[in-house]
Design a protein around this ligand. Structure first.
Ligand code: MN
Length: 265
C-alpha cells in the first residue's frame, strides 16, 4: 500500500515537472517583445511628434533583435499619443501577428520590405515633413550641409512611385511597392519619396530618430543657404569622418528629447 502511494507521488512530481517544462518552452516560443525596446519605440513616436517630424501621419518601427524576422510598430494612430499598449508585432511580410481588432498603418510594407532588404537596419522612420518635400520634386539633391547630417553623405536617392507602378494614390500599399522603395534606398541612410516624404533607417531606435530629425533640419538649412548663394557641402571624406563622431554621441540628444516629452505610459 505504502509503496503504491510513493509510486503515485513520484508519478505526480514527474508529471508536474513535465508540465512546467512544457509551459516554459511555450512561453519562450511566444516571448513578449523586449520591454525596453517597446519603451524606446513609444518614446520615438512621442519625440518625432514633438520635433514636428511626424504629425497625425507617419510612423516609426524597430526590428526585434531576438527574432529578426519580426518588427514592432504602433497600431494605426497619431504617433504623438502612442502608448505601450498600442505597439503591435509584425511578421516579415508586414502583417500583424496578433492584432486583436486593432488596425495597421496602410504603409507598413515600407518597413517590412526594408527590413528584408537590409539586415543591418534595426529601426525605420517614415515622415511627410513639409520641409523635405521640395527636395523630392525639384531635382535639387538633399546633401549634407553640416556635420549633424553627415549621414546624408551616402546620398539621399529619390523613389518615384510612378516608375514602379504608374498612376497610384502615392501610397506604398503592398510588398511589391515596398521592394521597389527598398531598392531605391540601396545602402543609403535616407530615401526621398517623390511628392510624399522620406524614409530614414538606422542601427537602433535613437540613431534613426536622430537621422529623421536632422534630415528635416538639413532640408531647412539647405533651402535657407541656397537663398544666400552657392553652398559648400561636406565632402564624402568629411561626411564619413563626421558620421563616425556624431554616431558616438547620439545618446546625448536622445536623453534630452526623452526629457522633453516626459514620462510615457
Ligand atoms: Mn506616407
Amino acid at each position: 500500500m505504502r509503496g503504491i502511494r510513493i509510486g503515485v507521488l513520484i508519478a505526480l512530481c514527474v508529471g508536474a515537472l513535465a508540465v512546467f517544462a512544457w509551459a516554459g518552452r511555450a512561453q519562450n516560443s511566444a516571448a513578449a517583445p523586449d520591454a525596453k525596446l517597446v519603451e524606446d519605440l513609444v518614446y520615438a513616436n512621442r519625440i518625432l511628434a514633438d520635433q514636428d517630424v511626424l504629425d497625425g501621419f507617419g510612423h516609426v518601427s524597430a526590428r526585434d533583435p531576438k527574432d529578426p524576422g519580426k518588427f514592432l510598430m504602433a497600431r494605426s494612430m497619431a504617433p504623438g499619443i502612442v502608448t505601450r499598449g498600442d505597439i503591435l508585432e509584425y511578421n516579415s511580410v508586414g502583417e500583424p501577428i496578433d492584432a486583436r481588432g486593432r488596425t495597421s498603418y496602410v504603409e507598413r510594407y515600407i518597413h517590412a520590405a526594408i527590413y528584408r532588404a537590409r539586415p543591418d537596419v534595426m529601426a525605420i522612420v517614415h515622415s511627410h515633413s513639409p520641409e523635405v518635400i521640395p527636395f523630392t520634386v525639384t531635382g535639387t539633391a538633399l546633401r549634407p550641409i553640416y556635420h549633424m547630417s553627415a549621414f546624408l553623405g551616402a546620398g539621399a536617392p529619390i523613389f518615384d512611385i510612378r516608375d514602379a507602378a504608374g498612376m497610384t494614390d502615392m501610397l506604398v500599399r503592398d510588398n511589391k511597392l515596398g521592394d521597389a522603395l527598398a531598392k531605391s534606398l540601396g545602402n543609403s541612410a535616407v530615401v526621398l519619396m517623390r511628392g510624399h516624404g522620406y524614409v530614414a533607417v538606422g542601427n537602433a531606435v535613437p540613431q534613426v530618430v536622430f537621422r529623421a530629425i536632422y534630415t528635416q533640419v538639413n532640408a531647412r538649412l539647405q533651402a535657407q543657404a541656397a537663398q544666400l548663394g552657392p553652398v559648400i557641402f561636406l565632402s564624402p571624406e568629411e561626411s564619413a569622418k563626421a558620421g563616425v563622431s556624431i554616431d558616438a554621441v547620439v545618446s546625448r540628444p536622445w536623453e534630452l528629447w526623452k526629457a522633453r516629452v516626459g514620462k510615457v505610459e
